[in-house]
Design a protein around this ligand. Structure first.
Ligand code: PLP
Length: 399
């Protein structure tokens, strides 16, 4: 996809640059087009017996098949949810609820998304034994630490495929090999991996795997949990018998159809888009790391669209605001929650000093990103960093 794609995917002021695709992506117009008939005409409830219901059911079944193809699963192993968060909750809580004592322990990596971290925390509060597996300073899972913490009482190991902040890809097949040897199940949060690198549930050898529509150019409000046939897990929601009793609630058929169209596009465009984004990301890093005191966070295998960089003597939050004024949208490792800046648990788990965590910015590229935007964004970062350091020096000189 070339520069053309930008105008097709985005409907935004031409001078604005969106480099926050790991937060969310715009809905691809081809996805929207696939969804519209389901909202306008064939809007039936997939459980209804009449024509409207039949149309919706057929569309939902087709969508399930397409999502299954994206991850190498059987259609019957795909459960639609309302988000990636719900899929993660469902996997952890569902497996923990079905586990039989003494096999109750849940292990998860220290760099999981809050959807996993906070679910594990809640399980711990409810009396389930939970332990965290360390990562290296480059962000990769410490397999020795995992092996040491795995035992005959471990019910589930949860390790993400690609990290949302650093883009680091975790050795999930090795995690699965270690877990299987101890009889534990494996959950993989592949929300940030799908559409960026190949995701295949059989070669990853996982039992459950979470996906989210809005990270792959489908709308918000639709997610998926792959559940390997025969996996023992309890349903999170109680209600109707939708999704083979695994997830109650009237299905979001238009969302599922949009997700399926997005999955098909991701499959078709994965190779070319991956190469294109990796080249743009490398160019961006070349420019950013030329700024004095800039350092990259995350080493080894990474998804092609993500770059996390810390700038010495810079508060990422003020840099983000300055970049926003310059028309460049990025995100920081430190999120402002309830008025307090909370440092990224991911970068902290990698052992980075607080100053480096607080000066970290995430740039995540996507389908609409162009080479020209990368140059403009890099210019804007260099200028903003320079200005902020100069004003800090001026303040210090006045003291
Ligand atoms: N897992 C990862 C790795 C994510 O990056 C996100 C969203 O940022 C989620 C889970 C949650 O997905 P959703 O926004 O669909 O709830």
């Amino acid at each position: 996809m070339g520069g053309d794609c930008s105008s097709r995917v985005y409907n935004r002021p031409v001078d604005r640059i969106y480099l926050d695709h790991n937060a969310t992506t715009p809905v691809d117009p081809r996805v929207l087009e696939a969804m519209l008939p389901l909202l306008r005409e064939t809007f039936g409830n997939a459980s209804s017996l009449h024509w409207y219901g039949q149309q919706a059911r057929a569309a939902l079944d087709d969508a399930r098949g397409e999502i299954a193809r994206l991850v190498g699963a059987q259609p019957s192993e795909i459960v639609f949810t309302a988000s990636g968060t719900e899929a993660d909750n469902m996997a952890l809580r569902g497996v923990a609820a079905a586990a039989r004592a003494p096999r109750r322990k849940v292990l998860c990596s220290a760099v999981e998304h809050h959807a996993v971290v906070n679910t594990a925390r809640a399980l711990a509060e409810e009396g389930i034994p939970v332990a965290t597996v360390r990562v290296s300073s480059g962000g990769a899972l410490d397999l020795d630490d995992l092996a040491a913490k795995l035992d005959e009482e471990t019910a589930l190991v949860s390790v993400m495929l690609a990290n949302n902040e650093t883009g680091v890809v975790q050795p999930v097949p090795e995690v699965a090999r270690l877990a299987r040897a101890r009889g534990a199940l494996v959950h993989c949060d592949a929300v940030q991996a799908a559409g960026k690198i190949p995701v295949d549930v059989r070669s990853l050898d996982v039992d459950t795997l979470a996906l989210s529509g809005h990270k792959v150019y489908a709308p918000k409000g639709v997610g998926v949990l792959y559940v390997r046939r025969g996996t023992r897990m309890k349903a999170l929601l109680r209600g109707g018998s939708q999704e083979r009793n695994r997830r109650a609630g009237t299905e979001n058929v238009a969302g599922a159809v949009g997700f399926a169209r997005a999955a098909a596009l991701a499959r078709e465009e994965l190779a070319g888009e991956g190469t294109r984004l990796a080249a743009l990301r490398d160019r961006l890093e070349q420019r950013l790391l030329a700024i004095p005191g800039a350092i990259r966070n995350g080493e080894g295998s990474r998804v092609p669209n993500t770059s996390n960089v810390s700038f010495e003597r810079i508060e990422a939050e003020s840099l983000l605001l300055a970049l926003d004024l310059a028309g460049v949208a990025v995100s920081t490792g430190a999120a402002c929650a309830a008025g307090a800046v909370e440092p990224s648990h991911v970068l902290r788990a990698m052992g980075l000093p607080m100053e480096r965590v607080q000066g970290s910015v995430r740039f995540s590229l996507g389908r609409g990103t162009t080479a020209e935007e990368i140059e403009r964004a890099a210019d804007a970062v260099a200028a903003a960093v320079g200005r902020q350091r100069a004003s800090a020096r001026a303040v210090a000189a006045r003291r």
